[in-house]
Design a protein around this ligand. Structure first.
Ligand SMILES: [Zn+2]
Ligand SMILES: [Zn+2]
Length: 271
């Protein structure tokens, strides 16, 4: 069993990095990567426990890359097996400061508009460390000011007058950040992309020109038909095929760990 895509409290998961690894051990997973959103703060602890438990641990992260800034669209790119961490640490520290500053700007705006809210109320919405601007509509819906969708449209839609522009990092930047850190950039959960069929084929081709090295062919929500198609893309573009569940919590209804063909080939790539 293998799982190269799980989350911990260091982003939006429910378990500490150590508990994620212990759970993976119980699930008979022999090769694991912790891929928190915009955070690598859990991978050192996870690596230590995994090694003690006799598992192979691969360093990882899941980064957001914008694809269409005018419409706030983005994709997720997984990064694996880094040889240096300074560039990532610097980027992730800045990103976190930018996210917090944006949330504070929204809080000021909300208070000006009469929807009284505090930063602490936003922080209290997540047990983890991954505060994002999406917690603003979440707070507004929990406080009963708006339903989530309306709040999202009002405050996070770039066409709205209440939208506060944020800084975006595009695919080139994110792929290069991973490559420059000695890592392997992999397109996460292609099933969630807007593009399908030929359009997806072309899009993956364009990402390969930017340095993409892998695609998450095996994913907890992929149908057999989807796996077959993503596998054909991996073959066409000579991409590494990876496998991940995207497990966040025991309440997820997602099984941690995947049993896949070519498991040894995939893992040997990281050794
Ligand atoms: Zn994702
Ligand atoms: Zn994920």
């Amino acid at each position: 069993m293998i799982d190269l895509h799980v989350h911990s409290l260091c982003s939006d998961g429910d378990f500490s990095p150590s508990d994620v690894v212990k759970k993976a051990k119980q699930e008979n997973i022999s090769v694991l990567s912790l891929t928190d959103h915009d955070s690598i703060s859990g991978i050192f602890e996870a690596n230590e426990i995994a090694t003690t438990l006799g598992m192979k641990f691969i360093s990882g992260v899941e980064l957001e890359a914008s694809t269409d800034i005018s419409r706030s669209r983005y994709i997720h790119i997984l990064g694996y097996n880094f040889s240096r961490y300074d560039l990532l640490e610097e980027y992730l520290k800045n990103l976190k400061n930018e996210r917090i500053s944006l949330i504070k700007q929204y809080i000021n705006l909300l208070n000006e508009l009469g929807y009284y809210s505090t930063f602490d109320e936003v922080s209290a919405l997540t047990p983890g460390e991954h505060l994002t601007v999406y917690h603003i509509p979440k707070l507004l819906s929990e406080k009963g000011f708006f339903d989530f969708r309306t709040a999202k449209r009002l405050f996070l839609n770039p066409d709205s007058k209440y939208y506060i522009p944020r800084r975006f990092y595009n695919e080139d930047f994110i792929i290069n950040l991973i490559l420059n850190s000695g890592g392997i950039p992999v397109l996460a959960h292609p099933c969630r992309l807007r593009q399908k069929g030929n359009e997806l084929d072309k899009y993956v081709g364009s990402l390969c020109l930017k340095g993409l090295k892998g695609i998450e062919v095996y994913y907890s929500l992929h149908s057999e038909k989807e796996v077959k198609f993503y596998k054909s893309l991996a073959e066409k573009y000579h991409l590494l095929m990876t496998a991940g569940s995207d497990w966040h919590s025991p309440n997820d209804n997602i099984q941690m760990g995947l049993s896949i063909p070519l498991e040894n080939d995939l893992v040997s790539h990281f050794l």
